[in-house]
Write a protein that binds this ligand. Sequence first.
Ligand code: HEC
Ligand code: HEC
Length: 515
Amino acid sequence: MTGTIRKTALLVPVIAGILIGGPVWAQSEGPIRGEAVYQKRCLMCHGEEGDGLGPAAERLNPPPRDFTLGQFKIKTTAFKDPITNDADLIRMIGDGMPGTAMPGWSDILSEQEISDVIHYIKTFAELEEEKPSDQIDYGTQVKSSPESIATGKKIFHDGDRCSECHGAEGLGDAVKKLKNDNGERTWPRNLTKPWTYRASNDAKDIFARVTAGIPTTQMPSFTNPKSKKKLSIEDRWHVANYAASLADAGKKVRAENTVIKAVRVEGDVPTSPDDPAWQQSTSSTFFLVPQIIAKPRFFKSANDSVSVRALYNDKRLSVLIEWDDRTKSIPGDEVAIKIADKGMSPDAIAVQFPVEIPAGMEKPYFLMGSDAKPVNLWRWSSGTTEKPESVALIDAAGITNQQPRDAATSGLSAKGAYKDGTWRVAMTRLLTTSETAKDIQFAPGRFIPIAFFNWDGSNSEQGTKHTLTTWYWLLLQPEAGSKPLMAAIIVALLIGGALVWWGRSASAANKETDL
Ligand code: HEC
Ligand code: HEC
């Protein structure tokens, strides 16, 4: 009986609220319903108290936002206005934040639920009643053009305005140690990888970031009256157009690229990463993910992908591995030490092959093989100020079972070069070796499993703390130019056929007109 009364008592204001209009309900109950959404969907990362210290937080880089600070990265209110527009929060919560663990919720939560949860997260910094006052002034957009991009490039480098942090080529490799407001390590964005932008690399978005800055981080506002590097509206459009132009689609991971096609060349294969001969093959890019299986596990990786090309001749295979790494880690080097986290190791990359090319699809265990199916690792290390770069040949049967062997007997050599935030390492080995039981023997036309391991020495990566790709395939394409040749033959046949058809129909047409 009392239960029914209670229920009815609750229902009356609810029904009244619905009848009078949604807003009453939304305003009064929003934070309460928002709290339920928060606890179910957000707490695990952002924490019970909204301080960004949820159970999953210690494994995330960058860390989840601390809502008690009341500051958000992506804002379209003016620099002097600390309050973010709800539209910005709706966007970040709906779409998620690329390059971070922050998922997009638009498929899971309704607009109302997103609005409720925003109401709730504002309560952590007592912002529920605050309203933004000053919006970004976009003026008149300067459309992107070669001239605008060139002007933007000058502004970017003038007094090291942006290059100070984003590096000469925008890869975020500048020699500076940056921390966010919570004292956590942060990195300037790699502007060549727009898919890692928290917002987007649309010029209007970049204009907004340059105008308002990215609160909680060292990305400054270039409208701050105190800044010596302040920029006019027009100049901010130019620099935004330049930053947008840095996007390099070649570094994008494409799901369809699972096979590295080694192209056969006449003459020598390149052994230097700078050889223009590499352009003969196309590059495939793969995600690097942190090693979280073997202990000690690793979660906070810095490098996110590797791009690979390959060439071969009748004697050797050469592989070029390129990856963006903001720090050149050379232990002993003063500049490197300044920017590194504690305990710097050299940077390193390893290529993994099965010792035996599988006949079917069954590959060795991806994490450095097993006793039954061992692997070869070709592990290049950037070296230290005392010890030059080197390459090791390792027989591995599991992550804890690695036996180095003389690389030279198998004809394995490697050479690396670092420039403006990118490592490029060329490795080459004989196609076949005398160690047939221990070394993989390469043969054209076979699908050969291949995988990569990467260590960023400045990010305290060494031993089992590293990133890796899954298995992909390497294919030594059988005959040099056999495909283009076939294509040429087909084209010739088609053209020939078309000519015959054209000649016939022309004569038929003539006959018709004759009639
Ligand atoms: C898997 C972990 C995870 C979950 C779950 C998660 N977030 Fe986040 N969130 C993050 C991380 C990490 C960031 C910080 C990204 C950065 O700093 O670039 C973030 C940032 C944010 C921001 C800051 C936006 C800005 O412009 O600064 C908001 C708002 C936010 N999250 C809201 C939510 C809401 C609401 C939910 C639940 C519906 C949620 N998050 C669930 C990890 C998570
Ligand atoms: C003092 C260092 C510093 C300077 C100077 C600097 N940036 Fe940044 N920038 C950063 C950091 C740090 C981030 C990443 C912030 C974060 O953690 O989300 C960033 C992020 C960005 C982003 C990414 C936006 C997004 O949606 O993710 C863009 C674009 C950008 N900066 C452009 C510029 C331009 C253009 C300039 C010069 C006008 C500039 N920056 C100057 C440190 C700097």
